[in-house]
Design a protein. Structure first.
Lengths: 122, 244
């Protein structure tokens, strides 16, 4: 029952997110706004509770599975990708590496500048 | 059983969502088993191997993506509740988040800008068509948001979905190696960089490393969905990448 309750709460927040996004014309997807609303609720309530914990752990432990159907969509774009494969591959690869390294570097840099609790241990 | 019977069964299977759903689950279970038996080698990321198996299967049986997605959509749908569920691990990291809000905010803003501009800039330098450039721009954001942005700036939403998945896979496969190489050991830093770059697929990988890295990656993914939707079209215009 914990799992069912938890999933129900998640669906209610997703629905609330979808409705708010449409009513207010916000350019973000409903689930993302739903996540923000749930986060604020948890802040106000002061705890997550067992049912939400069970449902979220269950869903998130196999998050990879949920991307598989979208990934298979690659087969529809084989031709477009094949005709520009070199520029797409290099742009994706370099941009991914640069973004990841730069973000990590900037976050480390700023936390060293601002934080006293980050004593030099890395 | 004669041929007529077999073909009625085939007609039933190709029209019912059951087949698409079942092969998705089978492919993922096999892929996951392969992944764990190889000590979680990043190249055997279960998204890569299951997508590969499914595409080969669909091509071999001459099944269209639309027919497959009749079943695949049930798994795909769970992305919504899973996104909402990210609020829970995030809440559990609250004390750490309170302490790190400034570095997180600055890293997020830079990550979103660098991710969008570097992909468009590189693609333009390499001579990719404008439509490909615009489809690439939102590649680091979770698929539903990226598709919306792509449409807004003149890309192909369905091509963007593919590029988003490829970016996620690259990030998930290369991320931990890159962090080790750069000697970045803090799981909050690794998580933020992973989530900004490789959205949900990176976050899935981050949860395999630790709950903390997963929570921060989930946070970064959610924040970057907001930030990118708001600032990327403006940034692209500012740097003169928008033609329309």
């Amino acid at each position: 029952m914990q799992f069912i309750n938890g999933i129900t709460i998640l669906l209610i927040y997703q629905l609330a997110g979808e409705i708010s996004v449409r009513l207010l014309g916000i350019p973000v997807p409903g689930p993302v706004l739903g996540m923000l609303m749930l986060f604020i609720t948890l802040l106000l309530r002061g705890k997550a509770g067992e049912s939400l914990d069970t449902a979220s752990t269950g869903l998130l432990s196999h998050l990879s599975l949920l991307f598989v159907p979208a990934g298979v969509g690659m087969m529809v774009h084989f031709e477009h990708i094949a005709s520009e494969w070199l520029s797409i591959t290099i742009a994706l690869l370099l941009s991914t590496l640069v973004t990841m390294a730069a973000t990590a570097g900037i976050m480390l840099g700023v936390s060293r500048l601002t934080g006293r609790e980050h004593n030099a241990d890395g | 059983m004669d041929n007529a019977d077999l073909s009625t069964i085939w007609v039933y299977l190709s029209e019912s969502p059951l087949a698409g759903l079942t092969i998705t689950m089978i492919a993922y279970s096999l892929a996951y088993r392969l992944y764990t038996s190889a000590n979680s080698h990043p190249l055997l990321n279960p998204v890569v191997t299951s997508v590969g198996m499914l595409i080969l299967f669909l091509l071999a049986t001459d099944t269209s993506y639309d027919a497959y997605f009749e079943g695949g959509q049930f798994v795909h749908f769970l992305l919504g509740p899973a996104t909402v569920a990210l609020a829970v691990p995030l809440y559990q990291q609250l004390s750490k988040l309170r302490r790190l809000w400034l570095p997180v905010t600055i890293a997020m803003l830079s990550g979103v800008a660098i991710g969008g501009l570097s992909s468009v800039g590189l693609a333009a330098l390499l001579g990719a068509s404008p439509i490909t450039q615009m489809s690439l721009a939102p590649k680091s954001v979770t698929a539903p948001v990226a598709m919306g942005i792509s449409e807004q700036i003149g890309g192909l939403p369905s091509l963007t979905a593919v590029l988003v998945v490829l970016t996620g896979i690259l990030g998930a496969v290369l991320g931990t190696r890159l962090f080790d190489l750069l000697r970045i050991r803090d799981d909050s830093v690794r998580g933020i960089a992973m989530g900004v770059t490789a959205h949900g697929i990176g976050t899935a990988r981050a949860f395999q490393v630790s709950k903390e890295m997963g929570a921060f990656s989930g946070l970064a993914m959610a924040l970057s969905a907001f930030l990118t939707a708001v600032i990327l079209p403006w940034l692209l215009g500012l740097f003169g990448f928008l033609t329309s």
